[in-house]
Design a protein around this ligand. Structure first.
Ligand code: ITT
Length: 194
């Protein structure tokens, strides 16, 4: 069993990634298990840069193999915004609800459908090796909230080919299609063959 620290403070991501690695040879250790969830400043200009910043910061503290992700929502009509700023779209310390309300308001100026995609850039770092993988999920932003599962923009994101939002899916169902599941499943395969 290989232990991997997941460098996230986001409990929604943690629940998903713990399930993705269930029944594998990897055990996911959370920063909450370790009793130290540091604020890491995400100063990068891409998802990949920010994922590496988080992984290196946590590796430097614990000196154990780390995985991390930087992810977000890219809306076509907004030229890819909120992108790397997805967590703080409505301002520092805003809630998921603030972000969703702001996005719905901004998109009122545009015709429907509001095509968008979730992007997840995942990384493994053990001090020597860096492995990266990306996953995407296409869909559209709707203007009413549906469902209470998941986190972030899930209640207003309708994946292509589905008539349910991500917040109306269970974690298992979301993990069959999500950007995060795609990225971490690819990452896991690459760590295994390393
Ligand atoms: P960590 O940096 O501690 O991992 P974070 O929430 O700050 O947690 P990011 O910087 O990667 O993570 O920002 C991701 C944001 O993008 C997240 O807060 C949501 O607003 C949005 N997001 C990413 N994946 C999502 C998903 O699967 N469902 C809904 N929203 C998502």
């Amino acid at each position: 069993m290989t232990e991997l620290i997941f460098a996230t403070g986001n409990k929604g991501k943690l629940a998903e990634v713990q399930k993705i690695f269930e029944n594998t040879n990897f055990k996911i250790i959370s920063l909450y298990d370790l009793g130290d969830v540091p604020e890491i400043e995400e100063t990068g200009s891409t998802f990949a840069e920010n994922a590496l910043i988080k992984a290196e910061a946590i590796f430097n503290i614990h000196k154990m193999p780390v995985i991390a992700d930087d992810s977000g929502l890219a809306v076509e009509q907004l030229n890819g915004d909120p992108g790397i700023y997805s967590a703080r779209y409505a301002g520092e310390n805003c809630t998921y609800d603030d972000n969703n309300k702001k996005l719905i308001k901004v998109l009122r100026e545009y015709d429907t459908p509001h095509k968008a995609k979730f992007v997840c850039s995942a990384i493994y770092f053990d001090g020597a090796n860096k492995i990266t993988a990306v996953g995407e999920l296409p869909g559209e932003i709707i203007s009413e909230y549906r469902g209470t599962n998941g986190f972030g923009y899930d209640p207003i994101f309708l994946p292509d080919g589905f008539d349910k939002t991500l917040a109306e899916l269970t974690t298992e169902e979301k993990n069959k299609i999500s950007h995060r599941a795609k990225a971490f499943n690819k990452l896991r395969t690459q760590i295994e063959i390393r």
